[in-house]
Write a protein that binds this ligand. Structure first.
Ligand code: ADP
Length: 159
């Protein structure tokens, strides 16, 4: 069946901060979708290392000049955000079997809540499977060099 509806994917997270693991998944997904919306979730209960404007600025600097990639913020259920912008896909990265178990639960739940939305997984590159926002914050808190773990544009923005 022909279907010319643009394929819109949401890549959701808190991105506190965005890492090379996140950006790699997004770069690799570029040929698959017409639009990728990087959606920064905001939770008033949660304490972030970087405020929302900084987290958005890091993402925008990483993907500056990429017309397919947009940023947005949202609160509440990710599937509700997807519906509000007409996104048919949720993009996720898989690092480890622990990620798989967690992601499988969320994907199955989302499928039950929103059958029209498909979750698409890409496996992380092996050299990124140990990288998380949490370890970046840990290295930063202890005065280490975070530049290997964040996109080049972000390295210069965090000192
Ligand atoms: P948050 O930014 O809220 O911590 P996560 O980083 O846990 O969110 O998750 C956002 C998405 O990015 C998830 O699909 C997660 O599996 C993926 N992801 C996170 N780190 C990496 C990595 N190093 N390589 C590949 N995918 C990753």
């Amino acid at each position: 069946m022909m279907n010319n509806t643009p394929k819109i994917a949401v890549f959701a997270g808190s991105f506190d901060p965005i890492t090379v693991g996140h950006s790699d998944i997004i770069w690799r997904a570029l040929p698959i979708f017409e639009r990728i919306v990087i959606a920064v979730g905001t939770n008033s209960q949660k304490k972030y290392r970087f405020d929302l404007d900084q987290r958005l600025a890091f993402i925008q600097a990483t993907f500056a000049g990429e017309p397919i990639i947009e940023t947005a913020t949202y609160t509440g259920l990710t599937i509700q955000f997807c519906r509000s912008i007409g996104a048919q896909y949720l993009l996720r990265g898989l690092r480890t079997s622990a990620d798989f178990e967690f992601e499988r639960t969320i994907a199955q739940l989302n499928k039950q809540l929103a059958p029209e939305i498909e979750t698409i997984f890409l496996c992380s590159l092996p050299q990124y499977s140990h990288i998380s926002s949490t370890i970046v914050r840990e290295v930063l808190a202890n005065g280490g060099d975070i530049s290997p773990f964040v996109p080049p544009a972000v390295g210069g923005m965090i000192e």
